[in-house]
Design a protein around this ligand. Structure first.
Ligand SMILES: *Cc1c(COP(=O)(O)O)cnc(C)c1O
Length: 349
């Protein structure tokens, strides 16, 4: 049985969170002398002299509308990376508890585990980049607190079968983190509507990819209210600054623009897949549910270098497990993709 309380570290269970001035008095007033701000204003044309809303309710209400989940089930972090770090701090006793990672996958799960001294157990994906359920089962012990599943997965670009994710959710009593950073580009549905069914599910999404706001640093976690309350207890009081909250709110009113870009990205992805497959230097273009392609080549390092010489930068993933010979290529604008293809056509090795 899933029991959130028994998963939590004792220090977090006992923690009295920081209480800010804005936590203590939440109403409207005409004179605010409670937070030691500069009462005169800020040296900017817009006003930034007040601390921002610690729980970012305006952004969350807008996201709730878009995502179809209540605002109380949303956490906002300084990038998804903050959500990942908080999960480790909440659940993993340093040097004792372990997490299961399924490589090849997003590097931050491992870095964050190492920072927090959580033990890493690896259950590599299968040859076709799906979960190895037997390996996962074998890796679980009484100190396993979390399993990270990235779907669509970075760098392999494919979505993980929903049935196998649900198998893990149904049979593992720890936290299952499903990172959906690339879900907007996938033909597979988000698990977000399944939140009410799985108290152990944490879904990560981000404004950094489809939403075009990588520089804003805003990641989202969706989970039960109990888990979101834990996030809120641990996070720095004002983890999302006022400028980011305002800009996110403005951007979230531009769903049509974002959807148009997603559609165009998927069209370009399909076109690029076909064109790349024709090249002699390309052995395989893996199917993609994301805004990038994993491409197996005859000579990843050499091709990478030739592209750099032409001012085109891709990611060499050839040293990554199961990705020998592979480059990871982000889908560009139609012009950028033409430039890339022309450059690759001139490489004959
Ligand atoms: C890019 C990416 C993210 C986004 O991280 P942010 O900190 O929100 O920018 C998260 N997960 C995966 C798998 C990614 O590739």
């Amino acid at each position: 049985m899933f029991d959130l309380n028994s998963l939590l570290r004792d220090n977090i269970k006992r923690l009295t969170p920081y209480s800010s001035a804005r936590d203590e008095y939440k109403g409207e007033a005409s004179v605010y002398l409670d937070a030691n701000e500069n009462s005169f204003g800020s040296p900017l044309p817009v006003s930034y002299h007040r601390y921002p809303d610690p729980l970012q309710w305006k952004v969350k209400y807008r996201l709730a509308d878009i995502k179809g989940v209540p605002p109380q089930n949303i956490f906002l972090g300084n990038g998804s990376d903050e959500a990942i770090d908080i999960l480790y701090r909440a659940f993993c006793r340093p040097g004792i508890d372990n997490v299961i990672l399924c490589p090849p996958t997003y590097g931050m799960y491992e870095v964050s585990a190492n920072i927090n001294d959580a033990i890493i157990r690896k259950a590599s994906l299968t040859e076709d980049f799906q979960l190895d359920l037997e390996a996962i089962e074998a890796a679980i012990d009484e100190n396993t607190k979390m399993i990270f599943i990235c779907s669509p997965n970075n760098p392999t670009a494919n979505a993980i079968d929903k049935e196998s994710i649900e198998m893990v959710l149904n049979n593992f009593d720890g936290i299952v983190v499903v990172d959906e950073a690339y879900i907007n580009f996938s033909k597979h549905k988000s698990l977000i509507q399944e939140l009410t069914e799985y108290p152990n599910l944490v879904i990560l999404q981000t404004l950094s990819k489809a939403w075009g706001l990588a520089a804003l640093r805003m990641g989202m976690a969706f989970a039960s209210e109990d888990i979101i309350n834990i996030f809120n207890k641990i996070k720095p009081p004002y983890n999302i600054n006022q400028a980011s909250q305002e800009l996110a709110l403005e951007a979230l009113n531009n769903v049509e623009q974002v959807n148009a870009w997603i559609k165009e990205t998927v069209e370009e992805r399909n076109r690029l897949t076909g064109e790349l497959a024709k090249l002699a230097i390309v052995e395989k273009v893996y199917p993609s549910d994301a805004n990038f392609l994993l491409v197996k080549t005859t000579d990843a390092k050499g091709i990478y270098g030739s592209l750099v010489e032409k001012g085109i930068i891709v990611r060499d993933r050839s040293k990554v497990e199961l990705c020998a010979g592979c480059l990871r290529i982000t889908i560009g604008t139609p012009d950028e993709n033409v430039t890339l293809l022309q450059a690759l056509q001139n490489i004959t090795r």
